[in-house]
Design a protein around this ligand. Structure first.
Ligand SMILES: [Zn+2]
Length: 139
């Protein structure tokens, strides 16, 4: 069978990750953290996108105002940024053939994007609509 993969499939991993970086506290994965000799307190922050306000939590120092993210907060913020990018039409997209083996539909992911999948055994699929799904490669 001849495969016809169009040039537009040339999306590299760095296109997906983007340019946003932040620090995750290296000593602890759960707050509160210590800053200026005292414990940080949870604070709620918001991002507005397309008229929607999305809130997320940070750990904030009452003295210097420095903000810290624990691993859960960092994960949520990453999801918010990804959704925001999607809503703004800035997420990389690609067209793939929808295959059917007589029982199940499946879609192939290009090798350039799956370098970190070698030890993964599961994918969590969230249905957004009957024709839109979010696939998260896990474990
Ligand atoms: Zn501080």
């Amino acid at each position: 069978m001849k495969r016809n993969i169009p040039e537009e499939d040339d999306i590299k991993e760095e296109d997906i990750i983007g340019e946003v970086h932040f620090e995750i506290d290296k000593d602890a994965f759960k707050g509160p953290f210590t800053c200026c000799g005292r414990k940080t307190k949870k604070a709620t922050k918001g991002i507005s996108s397309k008229g929607q306000k999305i809130t997320y939590d940070v750990w904030k120092c009452g003295k210097c105002g420095e903000e810290y993210l624990d691993s859960d907060q960092a994960g949520k913020l990453e999801d918010i940024w990804a959704i925001q990018k999607f809503l703004e039409g800035k997420s990389p997209t690609m067209e793939r053939s929808l295959n059917y083996d007589g029982k199940t539909y499946f879609v192939r992911f290009p090798k350039d994007l799956t370098g970190s999948w070698a030890k993964k055994k599961k994918a969590n699929i969230t249905m957004l609509t009957p024709e839109k799904f979010l696939v998260e490669v896990a474990q």
